[in-house]
Write a protein that binds this ligand. Structure first.
Ligand SMILES: [Zn+2]
Ligand SMILES: [Zn+2]
Length: 210
């Protein structure tokens, strides 16, 4: 009896906002993701809604003063199984850049495909899309970073700056989750990039590698 009582009191963290909820307030996808009721209200499952969010994110990136070449980047929703089959078990988003080398052996960005996982809430999608568009931007301009981790930090910073402009009610949870992420790449590099950006200001931070 006691065991049963405690089992019913178990809290589960929402996959997307990490708030703890009782089992009856949690919705589960077949792939194992568990979402709270709040996040479930905002999930993106249609191409039209994906496009609306993508256009909004692009506008914020351009407002930051970054030059993104439109018209050569395709965005699509994929299942978690598809992401795993592409070799990215944990990824919520993925950007594949197609590069050509010209006769002077100079790399040139041709186009890009961004995949994002089907069924994530809008606030998370804003973060993930901004991050992946960051990778496309890096490829379009052939920005050079010292390490792959530093590029991840840059893309996380873009995601942070764009997400801070969002009025989505769940965005504070996403900002908290990302800024406190213990991951040595996605968390530490974000905090590092954000410190540098705050100390140097936007244009100096970007001038360091642009
Ligand atoms: Zn949630
Ligand atoms: Zn990345």
């Amino acid at each position: 009896m006691i065991l049963d009582y405690f089992q019913r009191q178990v809290l589960y963290p929402c996959y997307y906002c990490q708030h703890q909820h009782f089992k009856h307030d949690i919705l589960s996808y077949a792939d194992g993701r568990m979402l709270c009721k709040d996040c479930a209200k905002h999930i993106i499952v249609s191409r039209e809604n994906l496009q609306v969010v993508a256009q909004w994110v692009l506008k914020q990136i351009e407002d930051l003063g970054l030059k993104f070449t439109r018209g050569h980047t395709y965005v699509s929703l994929v299942s978690k199984e598809k992401m795993i089959s592409l070799g990215f078990d944990q990824a919520e988003g993925l950007a594949t850049n197609i590069i050509a080398t010209d006769m002077f052996f100079k790399n040139k960005h041709l186009n890009a495909q961004i995949y994002v996982i089907y069924g994530m809430p809008t606030a998370n999608l804003v973060w993930v899309l901004s991050h992946e568009i960051g990778h496309v931007l890096v490829s379009q301009h052939q920005y050079q970073f010292n390490t792959q981790e530093a590029e991840e930090g840059f893309c996380q910073l873009i995601a942070l700056l764009v997400s801070q402009k969002s009025q989505n009610p769940l965005m504070p949870r996403v900002l908290y989750k990302e800024f406190n992420n213990p991951d040595p790449v996605y968390g530490d590099e974000l905090r590092k990039a954000y410190e540098a950006y705050k100390q140097q200001g936007f244009s100096n931070y970007f001038r360091a590698f642009i």
